[in-house]
Design a protein around this ligand. Structure first.
Ligand SMILES: C[S@@+](CC[C@H](N)C(=O)[O-])C[C@H]1O[C@@H](n2cnc3c(N)ncnc32)[C@H](O)[C@@H]1O
Length: 435
């Protein structure tokens, strides 16, 4: 079974942009329509690309059509974007890109539009000037929504363009070697023997390995034996900064799918870990990940902001709060986020984060450490959150991250692309011992 790939891509992008599905829901649905592995990869490349360049693809169309296709014809509007993206950004021969896209129109019930689609694509093929956006509005020039560009300009007056630029690049595949099973140098040697290109570029995270090319990770050495996990570089700082020790009571309060829970146990296999998440479906992944790596934890489905509903009264020595956030630091990995996230979401997220933080703080033993983490680059969710928390909690003391190169007043903000990692924020909060 194999449906027309361009039709699948158009429908997938329509599902995301117009219907609000996440790409991680919509893309597997589309990929399930083809058995061919190369087609699945091509589908992914086209959908990621269209979402990365959506404003420019829309702008090109609006130069060539009097008005966009609407209502039941919307998937065909996305098909135009799919066609233009291939012509402009992919190494598919023009004639194949155009004829496949026109064929896809028939599959999307756009028989009467094949002439129009063919005409638009031929125009794009002939006229590279259509992609000159030097004087276009910022949203088109930088392919991000205006509210996000404004927020980044305010927060990063000197380097907002670098962030937008990093978001347009493909993210590399990072592995985290499971040091409780294998030494990173031995694992690197196993990759070399398997003929896989990699680097280990970050001195303070020796278990982090960057593959030169994306791969099917299930075929890498030691997958079934739990020798490694896939995890972005910046996220690998979480368990290191938390610094849990064997025998300690540790809470990972927003744990699913469990990447950081597993890392905590890799570094301290005898820690007593409570892994909590509000979403029972996402907890299934936590169970799978723990099982694959051979760890145990007390896994609980509950609301971290309401400890009365689940807390047994034992204080924790370490707490990781990898709170729900805007995910504006991982836009390069999830190009749909910039279209799904709305400006109004930020205040609501900041409120929830503050609740989780202040409620879980009460569960931390004096002398203990709480690590607050987000994959956001917005100060409302990060530095402002910590500044407000410190004002309200005199028993809290912020500690700098040892790996931080420059001092920042309220936590450690990593920007997307820094060391080729995602955008991430960490604040290490130490609870003073009274007296
Ligand atoms: C950023 S993700 C966590 C990723 C995870 N730490 C990892 O490394 O695999 C945030 C998680 O918070 C969970 N969450 C959202 N609201 C929550 C709440 N009130 N209590 C507990 N978990 C919550 C979400 O279900 C989501 O799984």
């Amino acid at each position: 079974m194999s449906a027309n790939l361009r039709a699948l891509a158009a429908r997938c992008c329509f599902d995301v942009v117009d219907c609000g599905l996440s790409l991680s829901e919509a893309l597997p649905k589309a990929q399930a329509q083809t058995d061919n592995t190369l087609d699945k990869a091509l589908l992914q490349e086209i959908c990621f690309g269209v979402l990365r360049y959506l404003p420019q693809l829309e702008a090109v169309c609006s130069q060539l059509m009097s008005k966009p296709l609407i209502k039941q014809l919307r998937p065909l509007q996305f098909l135009l974007y799919v066609g233009i993206y291939q012509l402009k950004f992919m190494r598919i021969p023009d004639h194949a890109a155009i004829s496949e896209t026109v064929d896809a129109a028939r599959e999307l019930k756009g028989q009467s539009l094949t002439k129009l689609i063919n005409g638009v694509l031929r125009n794009v093929q002939r006229n590279s000037e259509l992609f000159n956006f030097d004087t276009a509005p910022a949203a088109v020039k930088y392919n991000h929504p205006g509210w996000l560009i404004t927020a980044l300009q305010q927060a990063y007056p000197d380097n907002w363009q670098t962030i937008l630029d990093a978001n347009q690049h493909k993210a590399p595949l990072w592995l985290r070697v499971n040091v409780s099973k294998i030494n990173p140098t031995d694992y690197a040697a196993a990759l070399t023997r398997a003929g896989i290109d990699y680097t280990r570029p970050v001195a303070d995270l020796p278990a982090a390995i960057k593959l030169a090319q994306a791969q099917d990770v299930t075929s890498l050495p030691g997958y079934l034996d739990g020798w490694f996990s896939v995890q972005d570089l910046s996220a690998q700082y979480a368990a290191v900064l938390l610094n849990a020790q064997d025998g300690q009571q540790v809470l990972d309060a927003c744990c699913a799918p469990g990447g950081k829970s597993c890392h905590i146990l890799e570094l301290a296999p005898q820690a007593e870990l409570t892994a909590l998440d509000k979403d029972p479906k996402r907890l299934l992944r936590v169970h799978d990940n723990l099982a694959r790596l051979g760890f145990n934890a007390n896994v609980i489905a509950a609301d971290a902001a309401v400890p009365d509903s689940w807390w047994q009264g034992q204080q924790f020595d370490r707490i990781l709060l990898d709170v729900p956030c805007s995910a504006t630091g991982v836009v390069r990995r999830h190009p749909d986020i910039r279209w799904l996230r709305k400006k109004a979401d930020i205040a609501a997220l900041a409120e929830l984060q503050q609740q989780i933080l202040s409620q879980c703080w009460q569960l931390l033993a004096p002398g203990g450490t709480l690590l607050y983490a987000t994959c956001s680059v917005l100060p409302e969710e990060n530095q402002q959150q910590i500044a407000q928390f410190l004002q309200q909690h005199s028993d809290a003391q912020l500690q700098p991250a040892p790996q931080q190169l420059s001092s920042q007043p309220f936590g450690w903000q990593l920007l997307p692309g820094e060391q080729d990692g995602d955008g991430f924020f960490y604040a290490i909060l130490h609870k003073k011992i009274a007296g």
